[in-house]
Design a protein around this ligand. Structure first.
Ligand SMILES: [Zn+2]
Length: 414
């Protein structure tokens, strides 16, 4: 009997350690109520079992014993659920809830379940990112404050032609929105993406030549910045393969790129960013709206307020098509080192989707006239206008937004 009790205690401690590491993550939020209920039942069961002599009758001891068996069963289900969630998230990204029950069947053995979670926590980037968020938003005051402010963020929405465009009031983004990106300003400041100049509280996950970091000035929760370790210019061409591979590993996330003159506040240091796919309206707009062919393997979203092209398929096809598209765009904008664009990459579970958003300008006339402090980067082009100033958030109209999109978009082939 003592061995069974020891087994349960060790198992529960191990579970607790997994739970602590997953604290505040999306997976944890979805399972924590169950965890507490089961843990509560388990503790009461154990206490009753140890004090069963006080009840003095075999019948009561029998009931308590039965309860203990139930507790063990509960524990198995609990771990199975966590394991299933973890695995489904790793394998299927945003669709993990759908697959939860399918994975459940394979996870019924208790220690095997925990071991699987442990392995996944060490090897799956998508889970390590969850844990990075969990620890950074606990230990780093700036990240904690800005992510907690994001929970009360104000959001307006406009309906237009069968889809929605949002405006988010986000005062913390003023630094990024008004960032000076001219050569002198860039040369005169310390690069905040270089490892030597990053805040000391900022932890990272190393991935190839990149460091995956929590963005301390988020637009969405969670929000990652993924700079190269080396200081090198923001030019996407040689990083396309990495972008696709990263999107493949970060299932359920959209990896995106702001061109050096299209929203990147560090145009001198190569970086991607990433947010959850569910946060960007563009992704569902693409699924719900009609498309039309632009070039071979390139479609555009039809009657959309801004030009959004999409390349869909295998890794080789997406890279090859993108290189051709890049060359075409560069032909139209030969003076710049890179044609102006925002790029978003998502792994759908079966293939890649690369959204290319060609740009004509970075900031609209309203910015220079002092009417609105809005500088469209990828997130704005994906359908969420970020207004750092409260009055802009209140005043902006749908017509203003459509006008901004018209000014900053570059329509291909016209
Ligand atoms: Zn740098």
């Amino acid at each position: 009997m003592i061995w069974i009790v020891l087994y349960i205690i060790i198992g529960m401690l191990w579970q607790a350690s997994v739970a602590v590491r997953l604290r505040n993550t999306e997976l944890y939020r979805l399972t924590h109520r169950r965890m507490f209920i089961v843990a509560g039942v388990a503790v009461v069961g154990m206490v009753l079992y140890f004090f069963r002599g006080m009840f003095g009758s075999d019948a009561v001891a029998g009931i308590v014993g039965f309860w203990l068996v139930m507790v063990v069963a509960f524990c198995i289900v609990w771990v199975a659920l966590i394991a299933a969630n973890v695995f489904s998230a790793a394998r299927y990204g945003q669709e993990w809830m759908t697959f939860r029950n399918r994975s459940l069947g394979g996870m019924v053995l208790w220690p095997v379940g925990i071991l699987s979670v442990e392995k996944a926590l060490r090897s799956e980037i998508v889970l390590r990112v969850e844990c990075l968020f969990s620890s950074q938003t606990r230990k780093w005051p700036l990240a904690r404050k800005n992510f907690s402010d994001l929970r009360n963020v104000r959001l307006r929405s406009f309906d237009h032609d069968g889809y929605k465009i949002y405006v988010q009031c986000n005062p913390a983004r003023i630094i990024s929105t008004t960032a000076k990106i001219d050569k002198d300003s860039i040369a005169g400041r310390k690069c905040f993406l270089c490892p030597a100049n990053r805040p000391k509280e900022q932890d990272l996950i190393a991935w190839r030549d990149y460091d995956i970091l929590v963005n301390p000035y988020p637009i969405f929760d969670p929000h990652l910045t993924i700079p190269c370790r080396e200081h090198q210019p923001q030019l996407i061409k040689s990083h396309l393969g990495d972008m696709l591979d990263l999107a493949h590993e970060l299932k359920g996330w959209a990896v995106f790129y702001n061109g050096p003159k299209c929203g990147a506040s560090a145009p001198d240091h190569f970086h991607f960013q990433a947010v959850r796919v569910a946060n960007i309206p563009l992704y569902s707009d693409y699924e719900n709206l009609e498309h039309e062919d632009v070039k071979e393997n390139v479609v555009r979203i039809k009657d959309y307020s801004r030009e959004v092209l999409c390349i869909e398929g295998s890794r080789g096809l997406v890279i090859e098509t993108m290189e051709n598209l890049y060359a075409d765009l560069h032909y139209d904008q030969p003076d710049d080192e890179e044609p102006m664009m925002n790029v978003v990459c998502v792994w759908t579970g079966r293939k890649w989707r690369l959204f290319v958003i060609p740009r004509l300008t970075y900031r609209p006339s309203q910015y220079f006239e002092g009417k609105y402090v809005i500088s469209p980067g990828t997130i704005e082009m994906c359908g969420v206008m970020i207004a750092p100033k409260v009055e802009d958030y209140g005043n902006i109209t749908l017509d203003d937004i459509l006008d901004i999109y018209r000014q900053v978009s570059y329509v291909v082939g016209v």
